[in-house]
Design a binder for this molecule. Structure first.
Ligand SMILES: C[S@@+](CC[C@H](N)C(=O)[O-])C[C@H]1O[C@@H](n2cnc3c(N)ncnc32)[C@H](O)[C@@H]1O
Length: 306
């Protein structure tokens, strides 16, 4: 029997959905189908489980894992920001478990990890043209710096960008380990932080390649529009940049205050669209954090459509 990865915040997601009648559910980040399996098992009344992923390898793995649910589950290849607007029907719940999967991180050939030699790729959707290799070898020093600063929150963003531009004059940078070599001694370990010194540079590149922040910002209002009244939207994030977007947009949608002037004037002229189900983000239990270190940075927030 294949053993599959345990999904992050599994029981917390199930608790949020408990006591809800779920007939149509949208899983915008199907991945290896872990949450799907849990939700389908806990909600036998599900009629349609709509699984979306921009990675065909993920859809294959999920297809295998979920085969016993037959035609209840449908599989859609594409970005959730493009697929969700096309969905019809009265949707009872949506889950977005953002970011990359362990499968993507573990497979060297996908190029997400500095710990494994692989091509500098980092595309979740391999039909898209932009790779990390292209960015690293052709973007200007200021654009590279901006990615490392804004998407990586790397303090040594300037030095990293300059080192890359110097190194590529000698030779094209094509692999993850080559990039790591260029960064060695330039981007150093942060005081008091246990993460590898190159983590944030790789994170910045990945977020840029996959436009990760832009799609989250765009998809949240679309999800709320597509939900039926009483339907639930749950989002799991793995870093503060994403979490900040989700927190801010959920607050705005739950508020009756709308800045129509654009100059900071506040008018009470808007009905709230949602109610916040998680004033504080839900985080993993200590047991989960111990078992799965990646879950340490996971935050779950949810709203219900009014
Ligand atoms: C953290 S994993 C999801 C794991 C999944 N919940 C499970 O239980 O196995 C994230 C998955 O979402 C996909 N993904 C990330 N952003 C996406 C987007 N904008 N559109 C579609 N799929 C996306 C990734 O390719 C990856 O397979």
């Amino acid at each position: 029997m294949t053993s599959y990865h345990y999904p992050v915040l599994r029981s917390e997601v199930l608790s949020l959905l408990e006591d809800r009648q779920i007939k149509i559910f949208v899983d915008g980040t199907l991945g290896a189908g872990g949450h799907a399996e849990a939700i389908l098992s806990a909600h036998p009344v599900v009629e349609q489980y709509i699984g979306i992923d921009q990675d065909t390898q993920a859809l294959e793995i999920a297809g295998d894992r979920l085969k016993s649910w037959g035609e209840k589950v449908s599989y859609h290849h594409g970005n959730f920001v493009e697929v969700i607007p096309t969905l019809k029907g009265s949707i009872d719940g949506i889950l977005l478990d953002l970011g990359v999967s362990s499968m993507q991180l573990d497979r060297a050939e996908r190029g997400f990890s500095f710990a494994k030699e692989g091509p500098l790729d980092m595309r979740m959707n391999r039909d898209k043209p932009l790779t990390a290799e292209e960015i690293v070898n052709t973007w200007s020093v200021s654009d590279l710096g901006r990615i490392f600063r804004d998407y990586g929150e790397e303090k040594q963003w300037r030095a990293a960008a300059h080192a890359i531009v110097e190194a590529r004059k000698e030779e094209r940078i094509t692999t993850t380990t080559q990039l790591s070599e260029v960064l060695r001694g330039v981007v150093r370990k942060k005081k008091g932080k246990s993460i590898h010194p190159h983590t944030l540079i790789f994170q910045g590149l990945r977020i840029c390649v996959n436009s990760e922040l832009e799609v989250v910002q765009d998809v949240l209002p679309i999800c709320v529009e597509k939900l039926k009244v009483g339907g639930c939207l749950a989002v799991i994030t793995f870093h503060s940049l994403e979490d900040r977007i989700v927190k801010k947009m959920f607050r705005q949608m739950a508020s009756d205050k709308h800045d129509t002037s654009g100059f900071g004037g506040v008018f009470l002229d808007k009905e709230p669209l949602v109610t916040d189900l998680t004033r504080r983000p839900i985080i993993s239990s200590e047991g989960e954090m111990e078992e799965n270190p990646r879950s340490r940075s996971a935050k779950l927030r949810a709203v219900e459509k009014l």
